[in-house]
Write a protein that binds this ligand. Sequence first.
Ligand code: SAH
Ligand code: SF4
Length: 344
Amino acid sequence: MTGEELRQWVTDNGFPAFRAVQIGDWLGKGVTNFDEMRNLPADLKKKLQTSCYISVATIAKKQVSRYDKTVKYLFSFHDGECVEAVLMSYHHGYSICISTQVGCKMGCTFCATGKSGFSRSLTASEMLAQIEAAQRDEGVRISNVVLMGMGEPLDNFDNVVRFLHLAGSQKGLHIGMRHITLSTCGIVPKIYELAQCGLPVNLAVSLHAPNDAIRSQTMPVARVYPMEQLLQACRDYFETTGRRVTFEYALISGVNDSDACARELGHRLRGMNCHVNLIPVNAVAGTGYQKSNVQRQQSFANILAVNGVTATVRRTLGSDIDASCGQLRRKHLSKGGQSLGNFQ
Ligand code: SAH
Ligand code: SF4
């Protein structure tokens, strides 16, 4: 609930409005049940217990990278569904990558999440709960959030927008929109809608190809929303929000990493206010895809630079802990896990 919704609920139920402030303060401290709200009267606690709930993300599994202290979580929710989140430590603070859905409908062929199908969307509070749980577990304050875990955020639009409002609010986590990045596979009408929401989050778009022919081999969404429409929506997003768009490009050996691909991409993006993140693809079992070698990565980046398009080869964190989208849950499910009891 937003602060206003909470106030409404409290007064509708016959309690004075200041109780909403107290409840909000407790939620801001990250309490996980109403009993912990010590300054509330018993009848209000009873009412809360019978008609409300606090979303909790329970740690079902945790892996810490030996190399860089990146932490990968498998969180479970009240119905036993699990999602992944990754906590990363940078010189400027802590950043978390959270999930927006259990699984994904978009079916990208290189993606572990896409390969395990779709269960359900997350609520806004389940997105917040992932951040709260990681902060509590590691005793840190998280300053940056990326919606780049499992799921397609723009396929869960209303809950994601609600999450953004709550994450940015004073009483909530108070994370500014400039510190939040939303990554999408390119659902064009929703990019226009997001631009109109007055929530200037950073937009990352998973491009992964220089044209529709190659893109539709790995990303079925390309058959619905052609690249030219997608790039136009990105230009509009920049004009409306002032936020530069980042393009994600996973380099897959022999699929999208040739010099010709780099030249075509450079031509299409030239003059756009954007940045390209080149990511050596994470080899997911069963896909047959391999990452491009270092020379290929460099050559690709150089050709983009020659075309005036800035690109960086992304540093990969947590490579020893299945820290790529959907890998940990996939392992969990293949071991027969749905309930936590089966988790090894
Ligand atoms: N659904 C959204 C956000 C979640 S995926 C999207 O597709 O953008 C987060 C990022 O991880 C996307 O850029 C996605 O393309 C990328 N990704 C998925 N599987 C990958 C893999 N095996 N190797 C490298 N990047 C991958
Ligand atoms: Fe879904 Fe993103 Fe994975 Fe594609 S890359 S299947 S959109 S999570």
